[in-house]
Design a protein around this ligand. Structure first.
Ligand SMILES: *Cc1c(COP(=O)(O)O)cnc(C)c1O
Length: 382
């Protein structure tokens, strides 16, 4: 069953964005497509397929369950899991040949109790270094020295050695340079240890697009694949958003001067005005903090009025309109468009928080080369 409120995903844009990124990189740099959080809300399996068509070599996700979901849907590309998994679950990783992020000797120690010899597969790991993001990873030489003996084990392959930048999308590059210098220093530790490391990598979307020389052996591209990138800082490629969000007006009424609408009488009309109800609410991922933003109805900007409810919200129309009139919450309509960037600026967040917040209750419609390419609803999404 289709709901009026639907996300439309233009798969060709995902593929084209990835091809442009591929061409902007030196040929020797491997391309890893990051499809965590259901492909930033665009569909993990579909995004992985588009990335592969565009020349991506590997995939990454944040968690083990996301990697298992890709395998269950027939995705056979190598997959890196960016967050350390529970050591107890190591056999899942071996069975499916996932590459694991490791950050400590204690992880290995615990994992050893759960790795049976029944599999011939070697454990493929990427060591994560913390050069300044302060999230996960090894910070000191002591931690590294403790880890090395575990990495030297016969059944372990050190596939990668990596870090992640904190400020790659900012105009000021001083902290980025500092992190990069620290990473170079840490790479020397790995070289001195005599371990064979297959690839060194540090750049996500913003770093890879702004500074191709940071590409090293591989780049990890998430945001840019979906058209999210610091446009004002990157003039080499032009990427397109792939997702739009639309709905239809379900009720229209005239609100008289002085009357209120919404929970807690949150909006009072200071003159007679037309109000439309749109079937999307915070349970669909349209947070109450979206109050103050606009959507497009008949090509005109239409503000949200009153508190956003769980399943509906109200807008102030420019005049009466027919039931079923299309509403564009993200994307273009007529000559105007509502961009992720403008919504993110209102929320004080980033585009990917908005795309990943759209809940599974919203129907997903896939288009490829302008053609309808299937849909998913909550009944078959999980
Ligand atoms: C999410 C993530 C990425 C992708 O970053 P984008 O800016 O979306 O390209 C890369 N590396 C790591 C470690 C991540 O967690």
């Amino acid at each position: 069953m289709l709901r009026d409120t639907r996300v439309e995903i233009n798969l060709s844009h995902i593929r084209e964005n990835m091809m442009k990124i591929r061409h902007a990189l030196p040929e020797t740099v491997k391309l890893m497509a990051v499809v965590k959080a259901d492909g930033y809300g665009h569909g993990d399996v579909a995004s992985a397929q588009m990335a592969k068509q565009a020349g991506a070599d590997l995939l990454a996700v944040a968690y083990l369950n996301e990697a298992l979901r890709l395998r269950a849907n027939g995705i056979e590309m190598p997959i890196l899991i960016l967050t350390p998994i529970n050591p107890q679950e190591v056999m899942f990783a071996l069975e499916h040949q996932f590459m694991l992020t490791v950050t400590s000797a204690s992880w290995f120690e615990e994992m050893r109790a759960y790795k049976h010899c029944s599999t011939v597969n070697k454990l493929q790991v990427h060591v994560k270094m913390d050069t300044g993001l302060g999230r996960i990873g090894i910070q000191s030489k002591e931690e590294w020295d403790e880890l090395v003996p575990w990495l030297q084990a016969e059944d372990v392959i050190v596939d990668g050695f990596y870090t992640h930048f904190a400020t790659a999308g900012k105009a000021d590059t001083s902290f980025l340079r500092q992190q990069h210098a620290r990473f170079i220093e840490m790479m020397e530790w790995s070289k001195a240890s005599g371990l064979k490391v297959n690839s060194y990598h540090c750049a996500g979307s913003a770093a890879a697009l702004r500074f191709p020389e940071l590409g090293m052996d591989m780049v990890r591209i998430g945001a840019a694949m979906f058209g999210f990138y610091p446009e004002q800082l990157v003039d080499t490629v032009k990427l397109k958003p792939a997702l739009s969000l639309r709905s239809n007006i379900m009720q229209v009424k005239l609100l008289h001067k002085g009357e209120c609408i919404g929970y807690d009488n949150s909006y009072r009309a200071d003159e007679d005005q037309w109000i439309g109800t749109v079937p999307i609410g915070y349970a669909d991922g349209w947070s109450q903090s979206m109050r103050g933003t606009e959507m497009l109805v008949q090509g005109e900007r239409t503000p949200i009025v009153g508190k956003i409810c769980m399943d509906q919200l109200m807008v102030r129309l420019h005049g009466p309109c027919e039931l079923g009139t299309e509403v564009t919450l993200i994307g273009s309509q007529g000559d105007d468009q509502i961009t992720f960037a403008e919504l993110a600026a209102h929320l004080g967040s980033v585009s990917q928080e908005i795309s990943t917040s759209i809940s599974p209750r919203v129907t997903r419609i896939y288009k490829n080369e302008g053609r309808y390419d299937g849909y998913e609803t909550i009944t078959n999404h999980h």
